[in-house]
Design a protein around this ligand. Sequence first.
Ligand SMILES: NC(=O)c1ccc[n+]([C@@H]2O[C@H](COP(=O)([O-])OP(=O)(O)OC[C@H]3O[C@@H](n4cnc5c(N)ncnc54)[C@H](O)[C@@H]3O)[C@@H](O)[C@H]2O)c1
Ligand SMILES: [Zn+2]
Length: 374
Amino acid sequence: MKNTKRILVKSSVGKYAVVCGAGALARLSVEIANIGKFSSVHVVTSRSVWSAVGKFVSRGLGSARAVRLHTFKDGETEKNLKNVEGIARSLVKAGADRNAVVIAVGGGVVGDVAGFAAATYLRGVALVHVPTTLVAQTDSAIGGKTGVNLPDGKNLVGAFYPPRMVVVDTNVLKTLPQREFCGGLAEVIKYGVIADAKLFAFLEKNVEKLLARDPLALGHVITRSVEIKAKVVGKDERESGLREILNFGHTFAHALESATGYRKYQHGEAVAWGMMAAALFGHEIQITPAADASRIISLIRRMGKLPAWPNVAAKRLIELMGSDKKTRNGKLRFVLTPGIGKAATFDAGEREKLELILRVTPKVAEADALVWRD
Ligand SMILES: NC(=O)c1ccc[n+]([C@@H]2O[C@H](COP(=O)([O-])OP(=O)(O)OC[C@H]3O[C@@H](n4cnc5c(N)ncnc54)[C@H](O)[C@@H]3O)[C@@H](O)[C@H]2O)c1
Ligand SMILES: [Zn+2]
């Protein structure tokens, strides 16, 4: 189909395609037929997602075969084992056998829960992701991580389970709430910072168009983000090294989210704050040139106002960073950029500098103008 791009992702169990473009879902049944012969087709989604975008998926699947629908309520608190059990039992009731295919239609929550259900139901049935948020299209549907939360913490139970295919149709984003959309854009900015100076410059030039969801601009940045994520996870599926760079801004973000009980920020908003802090910290410890830090902060500020920085002591935020599951041997490490388009992990070094940055970030981000020198 014209305007549809296929991006291949390498995984431990072979390659899979991310089919990307406006209208890509129209060919869903053909695409599924191309990856295999399945005994039955099961859409796993949430009621709210289905009422927003179900028509695209139904049309794409056509009426040639019976499709069973399994729904659960989405939302971060619904990302739990109880819903995995509910989906599995619903699959049993519908007679799903080992040759069934599960199509996960939704944001990261649906993708993670349905993905884990597919990974474990009868020890694994075929999985296709149809991501419907900007975050899911550019991030969570690619790379094979699935899982759920425990009362003790986020994503504590899960599996690496690559999908057989991902279908990214930008048309479904039209109904996405603005806050979710902006949060997704923060992750897109992240890709520019860590891997693609050209994407970053495109974002600088087109931020207003993107905020207005201009289909061409949006299609371009989504495709580029998918390519970057595909490349990173293709080289490091299990996050032993390179994949860490995807956490740019995230050590700070997780501390902000945890300090505010995951209620104050949409994840991407916390990442936006986290990227500004990472830019400033990188500059403070002489890794990030002033001009790059300044461009990162300016671009994020142009996305709109973020919920305020929390009223939490810098020392407390550092404590929370230390308990992040991604720290190694209790040592704080940060993904920082030596220049837009590049990223690597660095040890935090002196605590004082980190504390200083945690106090300064909210001020710099809210200042009227940025004046900056090395
Ligand atoms: N597996 C991974 O690699 C990975 C990566 C990043 C994030 N995640 C996970 O993803 C989750 C966050 O995902 P998210 O940001 O997509 O949020 P989400 O799945 O909670 O969706 C956000 C909201 O948007 C609604 N929605 C979804 N698509 C819509 C559409 N097209 N139109 C209207 N409303 C729509 C949903 O009902 C929900 O209320 C977190 O649990 C996070 O841990 C996983
Ligand atoms: Zn993130």
